[in-house]
Design a protein around this ligand. Structure first.
Ligand SMILES: [Zn+2]
Length: 74
């Protein structure tokens, strides 16, 4: 399932959730304050490599070893 990133509009924290695609825009509670006032951010940059694992954190994006990457910004 894809990883989605959400920002809480109440306390400002950002958290991830793995959800089925059809539930991406459903209301989700903040992990910290449990507010439902959350906004979905753009999907994280992640890709499946030949081993089937997911890489996606800032400096390990599998798509941008050659330079600029539109999805992780480096
Ligand atoms: Zn919150």
């Amino acid at each position: 399932m894809p990883i989605y990133e959400y920002r809480c509009n109440t306390c400002g924290s950002i958290f991830d959730a793995i959800r089925p695609m059809h539930a991406a825009d459903d209301a989700i509670s903040c992990e910290k304050c449990e507010s439902k006032d959350t906004t979905r951010l753009l999907s994280k940059c992640y890709s499946h490599n030949e081993h089937g694992s997911i890489s996606g954190q800032a400096n390990s994006c599998g798509n941008c070893s050659g330079g600029s990457c539109s999805c992780c910004g480096h």
